[in-house]
Design a protein around this ligand. Structure first.
Ligand SMILES: *Cc1c(COP(=O)(O)O)cnc(C)c1O
Length: 358
């Protein structure tokens, strides 16, 4: 067996132990004679998996009974639309912080539904950053306020979350469960699973029950949060296998410990940033105070060198380093499951490449 070092931004690396567990249980899930994909979602085996996935998320995020854990298909991108459809009234406005590509994508969808106030805009700034608290001009009476905790493409991450009177909503697709944080200030958190939680096919939504109940009643059932709340995300057939993988991944994370995972994530990123800062050949693209621990972005002196860097790295078993097509450069996505050793190997490769081409 040979596993590469997978720096892909998403779908992304999963813990080897989780994959091996899934492999062992694939054909005959715990003596049922079926795989988890082939059985009724209302049966006892799958019901237990579904409940465990919810309980693990609840425990890891330290959620009180005020919150519900939901599993919804359609990825984070459906949440861009579902959120305003539920909570942005015709005569109201919602606040959005435009911190980059994904925030802008959320804004674009919300504008199809109602009035959006952009309370700060640094989408196109170089170096990439999230705004300072003092720059945020919140709208009194806003229906909700939306932030993107980690901009996966530019590599800018909120290190502490802003405070506002409106219900706070965050897209945490690329850094959920990478660090402990207080969920209490949030009315809703959502995340496509394929970066830090499991495979694609499911989005995790954590929502305050009282907020969900305020959602528009005129929507089709599948677009209303209360439908998922009232039916434990089993109004229709859930994406069983994706939720099963999420259950295994969160079980693995609970065993490792979230605090310990946070320290490991910080150390991995710090090592990589130190290698970038210690060289005049590599140049980080996010502002230092908000550099992401999940997506480390940098450039080389020319695009030709970047191309060559990624090609040679790939040949050396370091895959998925090419920056997003909209910005170019290099991006090392080092989510929870990305091994420490892979960061060391990348740093070694960077030093060698600089020696040869710098
Ligand atoms: C990947 C990503 C998305 C899009 O997720 P999908 O599940 O593909 O819709 C949205 N927001 C952020 C921050 C992301 O990283």
């Amino acid at each position: 067996m040979s596993r590469i070092f997978n720096f892909s931004a998403g779908p992304a690396v999963l813990p080897l132990e989780v994959l091996q567990q899934a492999q062992a249980e694939m054909v005959d899930y715990r003596g049922s004679g079926m795989s988890i994909m082939e059985m009724s979602h209302r049966g006892k085996e799958y019901s237990a998996v579904h409940a465990e996935a919810m309980a693990n998320v609840r425990e890891l995020l330290g959620l009180t009974d005020e919150y519900e854990v939901l599993f919804i298909q359609g990825g984070a991108s459906l949440q861009f639309a579902m959120l305003p459809m539920n909570f942005l009234p015709k005569d109201g406005a919602a606040d959005y912080v435009n911190s980059g590509h994904w925030a802008a994508a959320a804004i674009k969808q919300a504008r199809l539904v109602g009035q959006v106030k952009v309370v700060a805009d640094c989408e196109k700034e170089i170096p990439a950053r999230v705004p300072e608290a003092a720059e945020l001009s919140w709208t009194p009476g806003a229906a909700y306020a939306h932030i993107t905790s980690n901009e996966t493409i530019s590599g800018a991450q909120w290190k502490s979350f802003p405070v506002t009177d409106a219900p706070l909503v965050a897209d945490m697709s690329s850094d959920i469960l990478s660090r402990p944080f207080d969920a209490k200030p949030f009315s809703m958190i959502y995340a496509g699973a394929q970066k830090n939680l499991g495979p694609a096919g499911v989005a995790l939504v954590v929502i305050r029950k009282s907020f969900a109940e305020k959602g528009s009643k005129g929507l089709p059932a599948m677009l209303r949060y209360v439908t998922y709340v009232e039916n434990q995300s089993m109004y229709n057939t859930p994406p069983c296998y994706s939720i099963y993988m999420l259950a295994l991944t969160t079980r693995w994370l609970k065993q490792f410990g979230l605090e310990r995972m946070h320290r490991q994530n910080r150390d991995k990123a710090a090592k990589l940033y130190a290698a970038i800062d210690g060289s005049s050949f590599y140049r980080g693209t996010a502002a230092k105070h908000c550099r992401s621990d999940m997506n480390v972005t940098f450039r080389l002196p020319t695009e030709e060198l970047e191309e060559r860097f990624c090609t040679e790295a790939s040949k050396a078993g370091l895959k998925g380093l090419k920056g997003h097509r909209s910005v170019g450069g290099v991006r090392a996505s080092i989510y929870n499951a990305f091994p420490v050793e892979g960061v060391d190997v990348l740093i070694g490769f960077m030093k060698d490449f600089e020696r040869r081409c710098g």
